[in-house]
Design a protein around this ligand. Sequence first.
Ligand code: FAD
Ligand code: UDP
Length: 379
Amino acid sequence: MMFDWLIVGAGFAGSVLAERIASQRGESVLLIDRRSHIGGNAYDCHDDAGILVHRYGPHIFHTNGQQIVDYLSQFTQWRPYEHRVLAQVDGKLLPIPINLDTINRLYGLNLTSDELERFFAERREAVDEVRTSEDVVVSTVGRELYEKFFRGYTRKQWGVDPSELNKSVTARIPTRTNRDDRYFTDSFQAMPLHGYTRMFERMLAHSRIKIMLQTDFREIRGKIRFKRLIYTGPVDEFFGWRHGRLPYRSLRFEHRTLDQEQFQPVAVVNYPQTEAFTRITEYKHLTGQTAAKTSLTYEYPTDEGDPYYPVPRPENEALYKRYEALAAAEDRVWFVGRLATYRYYNMDQVVGQALATFKRIQETLPAAPVLRGHREAAE
Ligand code: FAD
Ligand code: UDP
């Protein structure tokens, strides 16, 4: 059988495009994933204790894109949830992003917002050009807070010093002089009411979408017939690592269930100074589930294992540019998503990128049924 499209990867990038192509163009899609489930890194499931957990670490949905919310809302209802994170610093659990309460509690002070502005102004270092992840923080709050909250966490998470990472990494975390202790300030913050996997199932429930799991593109390449390809796996792998390996940072997840109702006061606690893991997630805070037990995930960063994070630093971006050039020269192949475009994207950004790709497909490949015969004849 000949499929109109082969889509490699059933995460957000691949699933959004499969849904759009099947429902809006009426074309057939074979969606494959080498894992045993759909959803990519956003996959969630009930563990042995019946608690809804995220297999690949905490996934919190937040966006300022109304179009993205509208799109996903076709497939899920939402549970309002605003993410709050504490960091264990100097033996205390303090709010991160750094805010007024963080500083007052850390140093036993009673500063006002204006006084905190001055506090930072006295401590921040002048940096000519803010280039690195160290520059961002020391030029905002000074070196001492940088060392307490950022240096250790970043070294653990990325395996390199913040001075070797682009500013974009720590710039994800703002600094506030008010008491807002939310991790995100996006206009829309919520979790899919019945979880991500349920949302993906509804997205992919279409007669023109066939799903094959535990199927690696490398094994079926050349064996399955299709007209066009959407690839959402690692871009260097697609090209047989021709220019060398693009570094992707991985994580080892340790999932634990405890015989107690609650372990920590918020969903995520970060450990920037101690421990080999970066953070502990307690899922019941995210989902609102009530149960006598509670389930947690510890994240241990590593270079080995599944690729999770592109590593934003100049030499990696230069290497990616070489793969991007190869990708641009591929006729009939679209590269989409966090691994295929080597971008440290959140879920909403990947959905946005996939919807934009679909728009481009619509513009460049008219899909009206009357044209299909012509196209097939031409091919
Ligand atoms: P993926 O989800 O990685 O999907 C790609 C799929 O392709 C995978 O399932 C993979 O198995 C498959 N694949 C790859 N190669 C092949 C092949 N050769 N053959 C077959 N299949 C293949 N984002 C947020 O917005 N909020 C968060 O709180 C958040 N937390 C995160 C926490 C962690 C620990 C991680 C790692 C990421 C987090 N993200 C978060 C980011 C989010 O996971 C990604 O933005 C999103 O899942 C990317 O979707 P994707 O489709 O590009 O990639
Ligand atoms: N970070 C840190 N200390 C923290 C939280 C974050 O140093 O307590 C830095 C670290 O480099 C991290 C980056 O900020 O990788 C982005 O944090 P985020 O929570 O967005 O990471 P993600 O959820 O994507 O893993």
